[in-house]
Design a protein around this ligand. Structure first.
Ligand code: HBI
Length: 361
């Protein structure tokens, strides 16, 4: 397809929960950002998502049914699971009936079924894989589709791709954000932030331990996926100055984030990307991150934040003391250069053109 061609795109959301609920984690924001990025470039987009999904200004084809179990709570050998009246299966039934109206289908689910169905569909499917390797069954089916349909496996970062045995078949697209929604703030107030799903793989306890040692204030925002885990952290650090603000929409979240001295990013797993890293940089907020996964490919040490030895709380404390060395304007500039909607749209169009230039098998 020639450059500048406009595509008819069908975006199929994660089956974890409704768009706008936060249950889908980073994938919800990624889908919104992709929608903004591509609509601005004149592409025609429709979205299929679980019932109760909401999008600011795009019609959603909503589908009823039972949600999938979050893949990251499973083991590597967990068999493929589809609940009775699966919303995932119901969404892809909808996709099958609609497919002829589109040039390309884009799958956001980290689940076996959409990958398995790819050869059965007439319209090409691009899979945006949102996490690193988690199970043998997913690795197997993604690898099989990567071989059979070249270029159709998209990832966010090379670090994420490298967790898979078929890394060389993955197409990194980064991510993109509507930076107008984030207000650059040159002068911070006296607190740090931690953002994300509150779950063991995000290692919130490390951030709380670090601020307990430095006496700093920590504001926490995000969907509590594992309440027992959160309760245990609070019980372990009764004196820590932490303030949980809930899962806020972007506008409310960035109104707090923008005044933060720094964002702590403490993934225990290989974070595929780290949307929160870009959201912080967009506000001019330096990022302290473990040298692991996507955030380690984004943060420029000494320029836009600090990279810390993974799982080292002492490293977090040391980096917190070095935050004043970072120029907050540089943080905003990196977001504008690499992670704007325009930059993302260009990477996506290149990816789609590669997929659609393949001889249809
Ligand atoms: N688990 N089964 C399943 N399906 C998903 O689409 C999924 C998930 N776990 C987490 C998740 N998506 C997103 O929150 C992350 O990819 C960001």
């Amino acid at each position: 397809m020639s450059a500048g061609k406009s595509y008819r795109l069908l975006l199929v959301s994660t089956p974890l929960g409704p768009l706008g609920s936060g249950v889908g984690g980073g994938v919800e924001l990624t889908l919104l950002n992709m929608l903004d990025a591509l609509a601005q470039r004149g592409h025609c987009i429709q979205v299929v998502a679980p019932q109760q999904s909401h999008l600011p200004n795009t019609p959603v084809i909503t589908v009823a049914g039972s949600p999938q179990i979050p893949a990251q709570t499973q083991t590597r050998q967990t068999p493929i699971h589809l609940p009775e009246n699966s919303v995932l299966a119901n969404m892809w039934w909808q996709v099958m009936t609609l497919q002829s109206e589109f040039d390309l289908i884009i799958n956001f689910a980290y689940d076996w079924l959409p990958l398995y169905l790819t050869p059965f569909l007439d319209t090409p499917v691009a899979h945006l894989i949102s996490m690193g390797s988690l199970s043998d069954a997913m690795d197997q089916i993604i690898g099989q589709i990567a071989e059979q349909f070249p270029h159709t496996i998209g990832v966010h970062t090379q670090a994420q791709a490298n967790t898979f045995p078929f890394a060389q078949h993955c197409h990194p697209v980064g991510n993109g954000f509507n930076l107008d929604r984030y207000q650059f703030t040159p002068t911070p107030k006296d607190y740090l932030c931690w953002l994300g799903r509150v779950a063991p793989e995000k290692a919130l306890e490390d951030a709380v331990t670090a601020i307990d040692q430095t006496g700093q204030a920590l504001k926490i925002m995000g969907h509590i996926q594992d309440q027992a885990y959160f309760d245990q952290i609070q019980a372990q650090f009764p004196q820590a100055n932490i303030d949980y603000l809930g899962f806020l929409d972007t506008a409310a979240m960035q109104a707090v984030l923008r005044y933060s001295r720094g964002l702590l990013v403490t993934p225990r797993w290989v974070e595929a990307f780290g949307n929160v890293v870009i959201e912080a940089l967009a506000c001019g907020v330096p990022v302290i991150a473990y040298h692991r996964g996507g955030p380690a490919e984004i943060v420029q040490p000494g320029q836009t934040g600090w990279l810390v030895e993974p799982d080292s709380v002492a490293g977090l404390v040391e980096a917190i003391h070095k935050l004043p060395e970072i120029d907050r304007q540089t943080c905003r500039q990196q977001a504008e250069q690499e992670y704007s909607l325009t930059a993302f749209a260009q990477r996506l169009e290149q990816w789609f053109a590669k997929i659609l230039s393949q001889p249809s098998t």
